[in-house]
Design a protein. Structure first.
Length: 225
């Protein structure tokens, strides 16, 4: 029969808990975070793939309609109906990718804390750890493998950047088609498309910046360097 005192006793007073049990508990939590991180990245790739699929289908449909209508008024009407859907998909995908990045950082912070606990149990293993074991910004960067020189190409090749670039182009094309449908001259159509694309770029950059800054303000490291 269980001792009632052992049930109500604080965890910090349970001196009979061995280091092996502690390591097992930490490992269980670590695998839970790893599986959650894997599901998050699977969703990111799935959402990006859905967006590219919708974009490809829209381009094929526009090409077929263009052949039939010879880029006439019917083509513009069809494009003005289809492109907003693609633009909406792009914006929603970017919002989800932003949330996924925030969740990803939270999972990395949790795993860094667990590695810190591992090293408290066995400090001699520190030379064998490649990823970070501190939950401050430096530890997060180490876990992501960004401790070396940051290459701009790595940022450009990221999934959010590619989705954002496509979304910006779709926004510019949609605005240009709308200006053309309203009877604007050719120079004005081009200008409207470029301006809207630049405004969309600025908006997406602002969204990413606010996401990073809010994440930094909310983060409170427990085990800084």
């Amino acid at each position: 029969m269980n001792d009632p005192l052992s049930i109500t006793r604080p965890l910090s007073d349970r001196s009979e808990v061995t280091d092996a049990v502690r390591a097992q508990i930490l490992a269980t939590e670590h695998w839970s975070l790893l599986s959650t991180r894997s599901m998050t990245w699977n969703e990111v790739f799935s959402r990006a793939g859905m967006f590219v699929t919708v974009l490809s289908a829209a381009v094929v449909a526009l090409a077929l309609v263009a052949q039939v209508t010879a880029f006439g008024p019917g083509f513009r009407i069809f494009a003005l109906l289809v492109l907003p859907v693609v633009l909406l998909m792009g914006v929603l995908t970017l919002l989800r990718l932003s949330d996924a990045n925030t969740e990803e950082v939270g999972l990395v912070v949790g795993m860094n804390r667990l590695r810190h606990a591992y090293l408290e149990l066995a400090p001699e293993l520190e030379p064998y750890f490649v990823t970070g074991h501190h939950d401050d910004e430096a530890g997060i960067i180490q876990t992501y493998g960004l401790s070396g020189p940051m290459r701009f190409g790595r940022f450009l090749a990221g999934t959010p950047t590619l989705v954002a670039a496509i979304t910006v182009v779709v926004a510019g094309v949609l605005a240009a088609l709308l200006a053309q449908a309203l009877g604007a001259p050719e120079a004005a159509v081009v200008a409207v498309g470029v301006v809207v694309a630049m405004v969309a770029s600025a908006g997406l950059v602002t969204l990413a910046y606010r996401s990073v800054t809010s994440m930094r303000r909310a983060h409170r490291p427990l085990f800084p360097v």
